[in-house]
Write a protein that binds this ligand. Structure first.
Ligand SMILES: NC(=O)c1ccc[n+]([C@@H]2O[C@H](COP(=O)([O-])OP(=O)(O)OC[C@H]3O[C@@H](n4cnc5c(N)ncnc54)[C@H](O)[C@@H]3O)[C@@H](O)[C@H]2O)c1
Length: 358
């Protein structure tokens, strides 16, 4: 188990030539004959692998592993054939797994590597906005347990993260909006002016500089508290409600909410909770809600959705026992963690969120 005092934040390679730096990084860190594996999903194999191989031709020697795309496959059942393929290919403890994909490939690939033969090295090459700005940074790996998000996982640091915005060229628009939610969260928890700037420009005008700010905010938080004993919980803002909604939607909706869409609704709801708890002043809450409201997805909440979300938050990983624990806002850019919220306030805030999303 990593102890906080042993923690070294992984390097993040950013900017030109993006994944073109992978070859020299591997030359430095590996010996000839090291087994290199690339994990993709079906979409990133088609759209991103050719980009990677063009910039890093030696990658043609690597063995490519593929999983189906999407959150529904982020579970232990998907890991088992990967462990089998690694075994069949004689992967050893010096082998390296390169995760080429969105947050699902990075989370699941990181987990798969972190427990295979008690842990092999891995590298993230994030290809979605969500993974570039958040999921690939900070060393949380994991898979879902049934509908419950990220219940099985490890804190394991990648050797490095290579961020190459060229991958975003093929990312569908809905996925850009999805990643934008985490960027808004970075502003809300750490930098008010960044939140305001993002609200002004919207997801379609996100620049590499915005991405860099998000990576920096997330990295700064992780460095201060790698194992989420205290300050890292700031990153969970919006996630208590967001994860519960995402779980519910995955089980019940034909087109489930994406992680960022559920998070957008979760941040709205938890801003309302912050105000109702008299932690966030009314004027600040109004400003944040007006900003978030422009980007929330339409979602039809029923009474049973509200009941299910209330039941699901009892399983949140951040809880102590079965008492839900929230990260709430004190101001734009400042949070308070470990807050217990009375059930009736959660319900009222969910109902107000439902009205805005309907
Ligand atoms: N570990 C963490 O700290 C952390 C933080 C935030 C989110 N997450 C996790 O990340 C996951 C969500 O990540 P996501 O939104 O990237 O989902 P995802 O990995 O499912 O990717 C979204 C979709 O885009 C496709 N795709 C990815 N890159 C593409 C590209 N360049 N071109 C075309 N298609 C591409 C994927 O195949 C997929 O269909 C969730 O499971 C969430 O829990 C983890």
């Amino acid at each position: 188990m990593v102890q906080a005092q042993d923690f070294h934040m992984h390097p993040v390679f950013y900017g030109e030539p993006g994944v073109g730096q992978l070859g020299s990084f591997l030359d430095f860190h590996t010996r000839p004959g090291t087994g290199i594996f690339i994990l993709t999903d079906e979409n990133t194999r088609r759209h991103c692998l050719p980009v990677l191989l063009e910039k890093w031709p030696e990658g043609n020697q690597a063995r490519v592993l593929e999983i189906p795309a999407g959150e529904a496959t982020k579970n232990l059942q998907t890991c088992e054939p990967l462990w089998q393929s690694l075994t069949n290919s004689f992967a050893d403890r010096h082998s390296i797994l390169i995760n080429l994909g969105g947050g699902v490939v990075c989370d699941l690939g990181g987990f798969t590597a972190s427990v295979f033969k008690r842990g092999i090295r891995f590298i993230h090459c994030p290809t979605s906005l969500m993974a570039m700005c958040d999921a690939a940074i900070g060393g949380k790996t994991g898979v879902d347990l049934g509908p419950l998000k990220n219940m099985i996982g490890t804190f394991s640091q990648p050797m490095a993260v290579f961020i190459d915005p060229d991958f975003l060229e093929t990312l569908p628009e809905r996925e850009i909006h999805n990643g934008f939610a985490e960027m808004l969260k970075h502003g809300l928890i750490a930098e008010a002016s960044y939140f305001d700037e993002l609200v002004k420009c919207g997801p379609d005008e996100v620049t590499p500089e915005h991405l860099r700010i998000s990576v920096e905010i997330k990295s700064d938080i992780v460095i201060r508290d790698p194992l989420e004993k205290n300050f890292r919980k700031a990153l969970n803002f919006g996630h208590t409600i967001g994860h519960a909604l995402e779980s519910h939607s995955l089980e019940h909706d034909a087109t489930p909410l994406l992680h960022g869409e559920a998070l957008m609704l979760g941040m709205l709801c938890e801003t309302i909770i912050s105000e109702k708890m008299e932690i966030l002043p009314e004027a600040a809450a109004g400003h944040i809600i007006a900003g978030l409201e422009q980007f929330i997805p339409e979602y039809a909440f029923t009474e049973s959705t509200l009941d299910a979300v209330e039941a699901l938050i009892l399983h949140d990983k951040k809880n102590r026992g079965n008492k839900p624990s929230f990260t709430l806002l004190k101001q734009t850019g400042t949070v308070i963690t470990d807050q217990q919220v009375p059930e009736e306030i959660v319900r009222e805030a969910l109902e107000e969120t439902a009205t805005m999303a309907g």
